[in-house]
Design a protein around this ligand. Structure first.
Ligand code: AHR
Length: 632
């Protein structure tokens, strides 16, 4: 018999406990949630015409020239000079692994241009693989002068095609300079111009995540310091956001030429806005003056650290300052006069060693001096059992770190064995943020496998241990979040997308179940007076939600047998006699979800009757169950 002490809270659950980790990996941002359809829109990739091809009726020299003006415009050096003579020619963009086009949907084209006299007309064409036109519009640049102008035009697609291309057919005569050639679908999230892919945001919104951690991950660090993430370069007009090569280009992928860049169209303002839209706390992670220690290990010397620390201080002002402050005014000018109410940030991602501790101390001193209540997340690296991790953890604890960020990518077996990991942690002092975790087959860091039911069930089992220890483990996020089916560097991932569709893996449903049923108070659930951490393959935790008036039991059955379980629901609260069970079950641990069958592994709801304070339920083999019992 499993006992639940329904009326005795043993810990509070933080409202932001279960969050999401966002990084531009696997085409998560560019080519993913940032809905721009044009690859290399401002010709800044290593090869300026990467993603573009020119199709002429007749070969002519000098029609197109890429001009580099880096001396006068470091953020956006290149543009295209088109010298149009007689023959029509086309400039074709392949998109990010093709362009997803939906029949009947509006497409919004825009560009920047400069011309001394009008004369060129742009015919805008969406084409399928056979060059059939599946959408057509036009734009005649009508302004002249030496300044850059912006102009836009919209048109509607006539067919659906996940792998279309976009072409600009130049007609007429004259010379024109072009930059920031852009195409967005008309159905972005909240219909924001040049915004985010609505289906991908919706999957996040449906989880009601407690926080959005951004922008990573390793891209915070960069392979070297020049390619680290610098938030100030990601806000304001998109044409001024300087692209950098994405560090996930070459790592783990066999690419001959880099074609994965960070355009920062999804920049820090948009991240804050996204978090606000879906009711989550924003949780930025900043570079601590160290590049990725697995790559160049470049470190800013202590006398070079000021700008890094200043970025952190300014970010707090950007998020929370009123409009009389420099950065608060900047936020207001960008369209958000109200503060974003930022409460915490991370200093460093997977950094370690004396160099990290030295830099962290400088950040901490400066930030706490100005914002004493602001919480800081400290990194503790990637090896949850190694000496380096333990040493760093001990030092961070003795330094009274607010939060220690633990990452683990480990086997299903490791997850099951570690479901009791926090049961004996010190209850006072530093809190734990499990900032990245996922089940990887055979402990491999980057698997080739998609998340299957085995990985999700093992995660669910470990997560009961996080929930049971919610006084210590106050936040957690699965990682990575998104992957494009045609362009990924890292697997498993929580959500898979193609150019038009997206689906949640079994891990998505497990994460959503925890986040949507987080409760407010942890209550004890035991078998023979012991925490349930693997007896007969069972793992369990329980919470009450004092606002919704529900007792919520989470229990996984990792055995291949059905198990008939009796619960004794002890305590004074008056339980109603009808409960529900949202069960995710599959006899095949290798079962995955897919575009064809996106909900193969997903919760199914049933009703169960209580007898007084007793509940009996048959847990299916390989199942994760969220049992909800309302009370008065
Ligand atoms: O989630 C993928 C990567 O794993 C992150 O960028 C990094 O922090 C970790 O090593």
């Amino acid at each position: 018999v499993i006992k639940v002490k329904t009326d005795h809270s043993i810990a509070k659950v933080q409202p932001n406990m279960w969050g999401v980790f966002f990084e531009d990996i696997n085409f998560g941002a560019d080519g993913g949630i940032y809905a721009e359809l044009i690859k290399n829109r401002s010709f800044e990739f290593a090869k300026p015409l990467m993603g573009w091809t020119i199709q002429r009726k007749k070969q002519q020299e000098g029609e197109i020239l890429v001009v580099n003006r880096k001396e006068v415009n470091t953020a956006n050096p290149r543009y295209l000079q088109v010298k149009k003579q007689t023959d029509d020619f086309e400039l074709v963009n392949e998109g990010f692994k093709g362009i997803g086009v939906k029949k009947g949907l509006r497409y919004d084209f825009s560009l920047m241009y400069r011309q001394s006299t009008p004369g060129v007309k742009l015919v805008l064409l969406l084409k399928d693989a056979n060059n059939k036109i599946i959408g057509q519009g036009s734009l005649t640049p009508d302004q002249t002068g030496s300044d850059w102008k912006k102009q836009s035009a919209s048109f509607t697609a006539t067919e659906t095609d996940p792998k279309a291309k976009f072409s600009i057919l130049f007609q007429g005569n004259g010379n024109i300079d072009l930059d920031m050639i852009s195409l967005f679908p008309g159905d972005t999230w909240k219909n924001r111009p040049q915004g985010l892919r609505a289906d991908m945001v919706q999957l996040l919104a449906d989880m009601k995540p407690g926080f959005v951690r951004f922008p990573g991950g390793c891209i915070v660090e960069g392979t070297d310091l020049a390619n680290r993430y610098q938030w100030k370069k990601t806000i304001g007009p998109i044409e001024n956001r300087q692209l950098i090569i994405n560090r996930w280009n070459t790592e783990f992928a066999n690419r001959s030429a880099p074609d994965y860049y960070q355009s920062f169209g999804l920049g820090f303002f948009e991240y804050f806005q996204l978090a606000e839209d879906i009711g989550s706390d924003a949780l930025p992670i900043l570079n601590c003056g160290m590049a990725c220690q697995f790559n160049s290990a470049e470190v800013a010397s202590l006398d070079e650290l000021d700008p890094y620390v200043q970025d952190a201080l300014d970010l707090i002002e950007f998020a929370n300052g009123d409009v009389t402050t420099k950065w608060g005014k900047m936020r207001a000018d960008l369209g958000h006069p109200k503060p974003f109410n930022l409460k915490m940030m991370g200093v460093g991602n997977e950094n370690w060693g004396p160099q990290y501790l030295e830099r962290l101390a400088i950040f901490t001193k400066a930030i706490k001096a100005k914002y004493p209540d602001f919480k800081l997340i400290n990194s503790s690296g990637t090896d949850p059992e190694g000496d380096r991790f333990n040493l760093l953890n001990t030092t961070l604890r003795s330094n009274n770190a607010d939060f220690i960020d633990e990452h683990y990518y480990r086997s299903a077996d490791w997850f099951l064995k570690n479901a009791g990991r926090y049961d004996n942690y010190p209850r006072n002092g530093s809190k734990v943020f499990v900032g990245e975790y996922a089940v990887h087959a055979d402990n491999s860091i980057v698997g080739s496998n998609r998340n299957n039911w085995q990985s999700a069930l093992a995660s669910a089992s470990l997560m009961t241990g996080l929930e049971r220890n919610a006084d210590v483990v106050q936040m957690a996020s699965y990682a990575p979040l998104f992957a494009n089916i045609d362009a990924w560097q890292w697997a498993p991932d929580m959500i898979w997308v193609d150019n038009l569709k997206s689906y949640g893996t079994p891990d998505y449903y497990v994460q959503k179940q925890f986040s949507m049923n987080k409760g407010t108070d942890v209550v004890a659930i035991t078998l023979d007076e012991k925490n349930i951490i693997g007896q007969d393959g069972l793992y369990a935790s329980a919470v009450t939600d004092q606002a919704k008036k529900e007792l919520i039991i989470k229990i996984s059955n990792n055995s291949d047998q059905s198990q008939n379980i009796d619960f004794d629901l002890e305590g004074k609260i008056k339980l109603k006699n009808k409960a529900t069970n949202e069960e995710i079950a599959n006899n095949n641990l290798k079962q995955v979800n897919s575009f064809e069958n996106p909900e193969a592994v997903s919760p199914k709801k049933s009703t169960i009757n209580l007898k007084g304070k007793k509940l009996n339920i048959a847990l299916k083999p390989y199942s994760f169950n969220v049992i909800k019992i309302p009370f008065n």
